[in-house]
Design a protein around this ligand. Structure first.
Ligand code: CDP
Ligand code: MG
Length: 830
């Protein structure tokens, strides 16, 4: 206890001194220019070499010379045969017809809101219009345009497309930047980045010096980062009168944004889509019913799920289609039902029967319909993978000579991404199983048929239980229209909504903004890091303000982990690592207790995509591979082992082979490696790590110590392990029983010889699930579990007495002596 208090005091004193030395802490962390890290979170967004000018006039001369070069280059491309062909294509896009109107509106206003149907050319054209017009008026070298995207994958694919349209390689005048990856150069003047990257930049430079245009794309999605960014930009505009802000939306609710920015003008790009024939469930059943009942095409899987859904329906031998029809009919009279029944009807889950219907419709399209790609909107990755597995074994849908079956989701790799845009061979039909990412951010050109299951996985937040949830929820009317619209882009199309029309009528107009449905901890910390004043006051200025209870929960959490003090001010600790919350405390303790390397791995591992892969067709092999790293009742320790193995192999040039053998993602491993370097630099900056790296790792092999340090970072993510005869169950204070994700090493154990599991994330999907976890003994929770120390001191001390044996190994022997003395002292006094 004394030691930990000393550690606390050390933070306070040491860090305060450091931060006084430099003007502000965040500046220290984010504007550092020395770094051996190649990914640099800290550099500016644009990296034009400062003109080596002896005076302002000379500087302007250099700028002008560069602008002229850009001008000539652009003109040469536009006059080349390929350039002319490209221009012809671009001219065919609806956005191009509004080019002059958009530019003129922008010249007269600081803020402009632009809406237009998906695919009309907002993302690829509007930033280009600005760049081109600046280049034409020989100001190219002075303009810096940022266009934010809600997702990494769209930032990457769009920048590639725009560079291609300009006849350049990516990284010349057009670039992109997402976390840990980027492609930009000295001549980049148009940068596509994720919203998170721009927010991070704001930490270092709140004025966005040098940026001339900010374009916030896809604002209709109402992501938390975008909503947050809008508040910050709204405050910034009066201080940067010459900077322009363009908001782009795929839907027509632009008035909301316009009034938020004091009546900024709205420009709507009239869209053109071919008519789309629309079918709802009733129509589909009418179309398919007869054949389904007679040829019995639906398998047992669908049937079984149906029965589960309709408990009240007697389980007699009725064909499945009859149940579907029954549901449709019941739903059709929807308005006459009581509110409870209405609610239960809305819970009626179309994806279950949907699976069979989707299969049926796809076969029908493949056999009878004209050429054209099919886009299937599913709820999420698990549905997509189940469906894909099912289809691969299907005589028609699994035949590579007839069908090119692809998937489209947020975490796909870039080669997978490119396949989606390619045209299949003649006679082969492209079928893309997608999440709602294909709704507005990614345009697949040749889609003619759309299937829409009506749901999407949406994160939500249960403020009362303080638990984040990820559940399939009905989409909004606007989303359904978007999905339908994807079918009519190149020719008249067909859309199958696999739910009754009355369910559609009951959809909300728009989706609830993310800020109203997710935990706010990192947002609150960001508000404090950017010195934006009181959290509740700041959030009250959002487009729509979150619930007070959600804000209070977040503030309470930040106090528990020590990021905020009693008065809700940022502590010195809170200023450290403002953006990656979960394991920053572990990192600091890892540095102080000299077991830094493994903790760096854990902290980095939690910030990237799960490196343990579980391909559908090799699930058993993948699990067996992961279990080689198990044995310590900890996913985090398994990750450490896997990373160390990879690092050794990588030194022998065998990293890829190692990943392949062990079902690890080489991309994630490399990202972990890069992040580790970044974290180490941050620790060095605040003086917790010196250049003698050997010292940092004196105790890196001490598994128990690592457990304790991880516990310090993950607390209050804690649940109790309750053993019964055969196995064990897990309980948290707020949720009661919770479960482990099947890929956790602890999920395969029948006993866990420790009473507690610490976890970094829980999420509600039907039940509450824990992702990665580490088992720890009582003593660790007592000493490293944050505010438990403040609670029932007597009870804790008694328990502690029984567990002191745990601390017999160095370096904790010191701590042991210390605790023992303190304990004896206390007991005597009592
Ligand atoms: O942003 P918005 O949805 O309005 O459209 P966009 O992403 O700018 O795309 C405009 C057009 O560019 C699309 O309709 C596609 O024809 C084309 N495009 C493409 O061919 N390949 C891409 N990677 C992106 C767009
Ligand atoms: Mg777009």
């Amino acid at each position: 206890i004394t030691l930990l208090r000393r550690v606390d005091a050390y933070f306070e004193e040491h860090l305060t001194r450091k931060s006084k030395m430099k003007e502000s802490f965040s500046d220290v962390s984010f504007t550092r220019s020395s770094s051996n890290s190649s990914i640099g979170t800290d550099e500016g967004l644009f990296e034009h070499p400062e003109p080596l000018a002896s005076s302002k006039a000379v500087g302007e001369k250099i700028l002008r010379r560069r602008s002229l070069q850009m001008h000539d280059q652009q003109q040469a491309w536009q006059e080349s045969p390929e350039g002319r062909r490209m221009l012809e294509f671009r001219r065919s896009l609806p956005a191009y017809k509004e080019k002059e109107a958009i530019l003129s509106l922008l010249s007269r206003n600081q803020v402009v809101v632009i809406s237009g149907e998906t695919g009309c050319g907002k993302t690829t054209q509007i930033p280009q219009f600005i760049l081109e017009s600046e280049i034409e008026s020989v100001r190219g070298a002075a303009c810096n345009i940022i266009c934010t995207q809600p997702r990494r994958i769209s930032a990457m694919s769009v920048s590639e497309r725009v560079a291609y349209e300009r006849g350049e390689k990516l990284g010349e005048s057009v670039g992109y930047k997402v976390r840990l990856e980027g492609m930009k150069g000295r001549d980049t003047h148009l940068l596509f980045c994720t919203t998170g990257i721009l927010l991070r930049r704001l930490l270092a430079d709140r004025n966005l010096t040098g940026v001339t245009h900010v374009i916030v794309d896809e604002i209709h999605e109402r992501g938390m980062n975008e909503d947050f960014l809008l508040i910050v930009l709204k405050d910034l505009l009066p201080h940067r009168p010459e900077m322009k802000l363009i908001l782009m939306s795929a839907t027509l609710d632009s008035e909301l944004f316009s009034s938020y920015f004091n009546g900024a003008p709205v420009m709507n790009i009239p869209g053109f889509t071919y008519p789309v024939r629309t079918h709802f469930l009733e129509d589909i059943l009418e179309m398919t019913g007869y054949r389904l009942t007679t040829s019995n095409q639906i398998d047992d899987y669908g049937q079984e799920r149906m029965w589960k859904m309709n408990k009240q329906v007697p389980r007699k031998r009725k064909s499945q289609i009859a149940y579907v029809v029954e549901d449709a009919i019941r739903a059709a009279d929807f308005k006459d039902y009581s509110p409870q029944t209405q609610e239960s009807l809305l819970c009626w889950n179309p994806d279950c029967i949907g699976f069979s219907l989707i299969e049926y419709i796809l076969c029908m399209i493949c056999e009878n319909e004209r050429p054209g790609a099919v886009l299937v909107f599913m709820t999420g990755w698990d549905d997509i993978s189940t469906l894909k597995e099912k289809f691969l074994a299907h005589p028609v849908l699994g035949d590579p000579n007839r069908v090119l079956l692809l998937t489209c989701h947020g975490s796909m790799g870039s080669s997978e991404q490119r396949l989606i845009f390619e045209e299949p061979k003649d006679g082969v039909r492209k079928i893309v199983l997608a999440t709602n990412i294909a709704e507005t951010s990614i345009t697949i050109n040749d889609v003619v048929f759309v299937l829409d299951c009506g749901k999407a996985k949406e994160t939500s937040y249960d403020a009362l239980n303080n638990t984040p949830c990820l559940l399939p929820t009905w989409i909004s009317k606007v989303s359904a229209q978007q999905r339908r619209g994807r079918a009519g882009r190149v020719q008249p199309g067909v859309c199958y909504h696999i739910y009754p029309r009355c369910v559609y009528d009951a959809f909300a107009e728009y989706q609830l903004p993310e800020i109203l449905r997710t935990p706010l901890q990192s947002l609150c910390l960001q508000i404090k890091s950017l010195r934006l004043g009181s959290i509740p006051e700041f959030l009250s200025r959002a487009l729509q303000s979150p619930e007070i209870l959600a804000v209070q929960n977040a503030i309470e959490y930040l106090k528990i982990i020590g990021a905020l003090d009693e008065n809700e001010n940022l502590t010195t600790l809170g200023r450290f690592f403002p953006l990656s919350l979960s394991l920053s405390l572990s990192l600091i303790l890892g540095a102080i207790f000299n077991c830094l390397d493994p903790i760096l791995t854990v902290a980095a591992g939690l910030s990237v995509r799960d490196p343990f892969l579980t391909p559908l067709d090799k699930k058993d092999l993948a699990e067996a591979a992961k279990s080689q790293f198990a044995g310590a009742y900890s996913d985090h320790l398994a990750l450490i082992k896997a990373y160390e193995g990879w690092k050794d192999a990588e030194l022998d040039m065998g990293g890829c082979e190692y990943c392949w053998k062990n079902f690890l993602s080489a991309q994630s491993m490399k990202a972990i490696d890069a992040l580790r370097r970044e974290f180490r630099c941050l620790l060095k900056d605040i003086g917790l790590v010196d250049s003698n790296t050997a010292n940092c790792n004196l105790w890196s092999c001490d598994v128990n110590l690592i457990r304790a340090v991880i516990c310090y970072g993950l607390y209050p993510g804690i649940c109790a392990v309750v053993h019964n005869e055969k196995s064990f169950s897990l309980k948290t204070m707020e949720d009661g029983q919770v479960l482990l994700y099947s890929n956790s090493v602890n999920a395969r154990e029948t006993r866990i010889p420790y009473p507690w599991l610490l976890f970094n994330e829980k999420i509600k999907v039907n039940s509450v699930f824990l992702r990665d976890s580490t088992a720890v003994p009582d003593a660790v929770v007592l000493l490293f579990g944050g505010n438990l120390l403040k609670g029932d001191a007597d009870g804790h001390l008694k328990m502690l007495g029984g567990y002191l044996e745990f601390f017999m190994e160095p370096p904790v022997a010191d701590l042991y002596q210390c605790v023992k003395r303190e304990l004896d002292d206390l007991i005597q006094r009592k």
